[in-house]
Unconditional design. Sequence first.
Length: 139
Amino acid sequence: MASPAFEDIAEDFEFLEDWEDRYRHVIELGKAMEPLEDALKVPATKVDGCASQVWLVPDIRGRVFNFRGDSDAMIVRGLIGVLVALFDGLALKDVLKVDASGEMARLGLDQHLSAQRSNGLRAMLERIRLLAANALKES
């Protein structure tokens, strides 16, 4: 169920055998993202449960899920980039079907993130599912 963009990341991770190289790759994904404007970094877009500051902003058009995000931590920005690759452009109903934990496990992220980062990743995934579910109800 993974998007082509996520499959590209998974292929890159297969090529990068060392976790430190993978970690750097995730950071590079974060650096490549456009930062959110400060006006979008508000309590309504902030994700609770993350050790660092995280904001996710939905952009749902029709029944297609898109979002942008930002963080004050580079590794977390990179994780947001991974999540964008996983979910961005999917139909709302498909967002809810994605086995995000399984897809992240393919990257080995479940084994190499600190407990705090893992909790933050779960919080971001919960927010994404909530945004998609609420948009689906409203459409």
